[in-house]
Design a protein around this ligand. Structure first.
Ligand SMILES: [Zn+2]
Ligand SMILES: [Zn+2]
Length: 168
């Protein structure tokens, strides 16, 4: 996920949009669950709005990916769309950086060293921050029987039936 500098350095001031679709592992998002399955097993879609104003490039990125988690209660697949936003600014003028860096992070593009802006790490970090701590396959997941391990969403085991009768 890269924006070539040659593409943007000579642009007129204004707003430009970029769209990327990348495999999660290609941007370092190779997270796995305890069974070893990839959590981000579908493409990461990123839309970038770049605003250029007198050698400052404001980058706003919107990232989204459909991820596969395991339900906290029943351990079955629980898919969730993870979305996140991130903003950062770049400049190719050192003097600009000193002026703006006090307000928000402004990264210096060293034209003699780099020929592109790489978004991979920002997209990866943005999505990682949005991973929920608790994931359920559905709001009212009944979970597993603590005695026999049966998935109570599928059928009631004898323990669940006994429990229900005891409650009535
Ligand atoms: Zn569940
Ligand atoms: Zn049971």
């Amino acid at each position: 996920m890269k924006i070539k500098l040659e593409k943007i350095l000579n642009l007129d001031d204004g707003e430009y949009r970029f769209h990327f679709e990348t495999a999660a592992r290609d941007i370092g998002l190779g997270l796995t669950d305890y069974e070893g399955h990839e959590v981000f097993d579908r493409p990461v879609v990123t839309d970038v709005v770049l605003n250029k104003t007198s050698h400052i490039y404001y980058v706003k990125l919107y990232a989204a990916s459909d991820a596969r988690f395991l339900c906290d209660r029943c351990l079955e697949d629980a898919r969730h769309t993870i979305t996140g936003e991130f903003q950062v600014a770049y400049t190719d003028l050192k003097s600009n950086r000193e002026v703006y860096d006090s307000e928000s992070e402004v990264r210096l593009i060293e034209i003699h060293k780099a020929n592109e802006i790489t978004l991979d790490k920002d997209v990866c970090d943005t999505l990682m921050l949005e991973i929920p701590t608790k994931v359920l396959c559905k709001e009212d997941c009944k979970g597993l029987c603590v005695q026999c391990g049966a998935n109570l969403n599928e059928a009631l085991c004898e323990h669940a039936v006994m429990q229900m009768n005891a409650n009535n």
